[in-house]
Design a binder for this molecule. Structure first.
Ligand SMILES: Cc1ncc(COP(=O)(O)O)c(C=O)c1O
Length: 397
């Protein structure tokens, strides 16, 4: 019998990488519900529920709030291709791999990209002079792009002050909330964000496959007044809105089962309460950081701007980053990730996102690290990591 005829049995892993995170059985079960037509009245009700709950997630009343088909990268592309036209100046804040990715995407849709580069591990702010200096250089800047939670470095870039500055220069603020939405506060209306996009597979707790996006009034106006047509048929938000909005006009066949999954994951988030959910991410992240620190590991991100859903720990001198990850996966069923870009071999990236943001996962990881690291020649005080994490959980209440 060739292997593809064997029973399909993927292993149960503890997913503590940068996403996907563990998906709750309730969400997985929803995906096995009968597939409906994409214009079926029952399914239209599902779409309405999803849009309603996404607005709550983004803290917005923006009518143009929907999940684009595709992973987080589809959201990045949709953000840029709908508001940027050929030759528009787009300033991209780069303090990690996904800032660079945004710059690349913006230039592919014709943007004249200017990067504001910062040290990886640092955040943009509180001093916004480098961004303001770049804004001052141009007559008209179309948009400024910032990654809220930089998944390569574990930094959370603060947004409200950036939004005020960007609007003083009459530009749009485009925010990548792929790693933050559902695990950190994203308050689109209060912070006055123009475009904000995310994914389903991290703090929202559904499988990968959809990219929620929301556009505020300034961005919608820019989109409506554009001179050239949006290059992408698939990601054109004006026509997508004719499907998701009241007209329910066919655009492309919606990924029905994924939208069921998103509905259930959002419903679970509403049941938990958004504040409780953020507090859970903060508490679990605090325990993880305390535990790693007690093992003697340095944390990479600037301590003032640490991202709760993702922590970067510096790999100690002489320890093989990939080997430790392999041991965790093969012997303990725990997935964590290595670094990206210029810090690829220097850090481990450890996620506590959505269903993976559980105290028990952190304790399992720390106790596994306490066994593996000494075998790799890095001595740790056995039990210290777990004890420190438990103290931090208790202190966080
Ligand atoms: C901040 C950020 N932006 C964009 C992406 C791209 O998302 P995806 O891999 O789901 O396409 C990621 C993926 O990890 C990310 O972390």
């Amino acid at each position: 019998m060739s292997s593809y005829l064997e029973e399909f049995r993927p292993p149960h892993r503890i997913l503590m990488g940068p996403g996907p995170s563990s998906v709750h059985p309730r969400v997985l079960q929803t995906m096995s519900a009968p597939v409906l037509g994409h214009l079926d009245p029952y399914f239209v009700g599902v779409m309405d529920d999803v849009m309603e709950m996404l607005k709550m997630m983004f803290h917005t009343s923006n009518p143009l709030t929907l999940p684009v088909s595709g992973t987080g990268s589809a959201g990045v592309e949709a953000a840029f291709c709908n508001v940027v036209e050929q030759g528009d100046i787009v300033i991209v804040v780069v303090n990690g791999h996904f800032g660079n990715r945004a710059a690349d995407t913006a230039s592919r849709v014709g943007g004249d990209v200017r990067k504001v580069e910062l040290n990886w591990g640092d955040a943009i702010g509180p001093d916004l002079t480098p961004l303001e200096d770049e804004l001052k250089k141009h007559n008209k800047v179309k948009a400024v792009s910032v990654v809220h939670g930089e998944t390569s470095t574990g930094v959370l870039n603060p947004l409200p002050e950036i939004a005020k500055l960007v609007h003083r220069y009459d530009a749009l603020l485009i925010v990548d909330a792929v790693t933050s939405l559902g695990g950190e506060l994203v308050d689109m209306d209060e912070w006055d964000l123009d475009v904000c996009h995310s994914c389903t597979q991290k703090c929202i707790g559904a499988p990968p496959g959809l990219a929620p996006i929301s556009l505020g009034p300034r961005a919608v106006k820019v989109m409506q007044e554009r001179q050239s047509q949006v290059q992408s048929f698939y990601l054109n938000l004006s026509t997508l809105q004719t499907y998701w909005g009241d007209r329910h006009q066919y655009h492309h066949t919606a990924p029905i089962s994924m939208i069921y999954a998103l509905r259930e994951a959002l419903r679970m988030a509403m049941e938990e309460g958004l504040d409780n959910r953020l507090a859970r991410h903060a508490r679990v992240a605090a325990g993880l950081r305390a535990g790693l620190t007690a093992l003697g590991l340095d944390l990479f991100a600037n301590p003032t701007y640490r991202l709760n859903p993702l922590t970067t720990a510096v790999v100690p001198e002489g320890v093989d980053q990939a080997k430790v990850r392999g041991r965790l996966l093969n012997d303990y069923n725990i997935e964590i990730a290595g670094g990206l870009g210029q810090i690829a071999s220097q850090v481990w990236r450890i996620g506590v996102m959505g269903g993976s943001a559980e105290e028990s996962n952190v304790l399992a990881l720390l106790s596994a690290m306490e066994r593996i690291l000494p075998e790799e020649g890095y001595e740790v005080a056995y039990g210290a990591g777990v004890a420190a994490a438990q103290q931090a959980f208790a202190a966080a209440g």
